[in-house]
Write a protein of this length. Structure first.
Length: 146
């Protein structure tokens, strides 16, 4: 069975700050927090993952091999997470999403595209139905029930 990790994005952001600065103090300043809690969070992440991410020296840190891999993957993951959340916000504001329309005959396609107007950020799907298919799909918007 695949292990489910409980690491949250905040810990990865903390890790990434230390990995990029290679210094706990500078990373803490960048994150607007003090250094001791940051060190605790990094230790927590290392404990969760069961591996050391940094080799600590008195004035700096160096990434371990695992730390280098986590840095690359964390960057990708955090960019993807931000993109997903931004897209969901756009959908919530009606700026993105999916519009699906069914039309009888292809002659309506141009008219339907103009009717939808500016659908930037939205995926517009037009499907052509025969009259019989439209009747069989009874209940679709624009198809009257008889």
């Amino acid at each position: 069975m695949e292990r489910v990790y409980r690491t949250d994005l905040k810990l990865l952001r903390y890790f990434l700050a230390v990995a990029e600065e290679l210094h706990f103090g500078r990373a803490a300043a960048r994150l607007n927090m003090s250094q001791p809690p940051l060190s605790i969070h990094i230790k927590e992440l290392e404990n969760q993952l069961g591996t050391q991410l940094f080799i600590r020296h008195s004035r700096s840190v160096v990434l371990t091999h695992a730390g280098k891999i986590l840095m690359e993957e964390s960057r990708r993951l955090l960019v993807n997470a931000n993109n997903v959340l931004a897209r969901i916000e756009q959908i919530g504001r009606g700026e993105a999403g999916r519009i699906e329309l069914g039309v009888v005959g292809t002659a309506m396609w141009g008219r339907m595209r103009r009717l939808c107007g500016d659908s930037s950020g939205k995926i517009l799907t037009l499907t052509s139905f025969s009259r019989k298919d439209a009747r069989d799909a009874n209940g679709l918007a624009g198809t009257p029930r008889t």
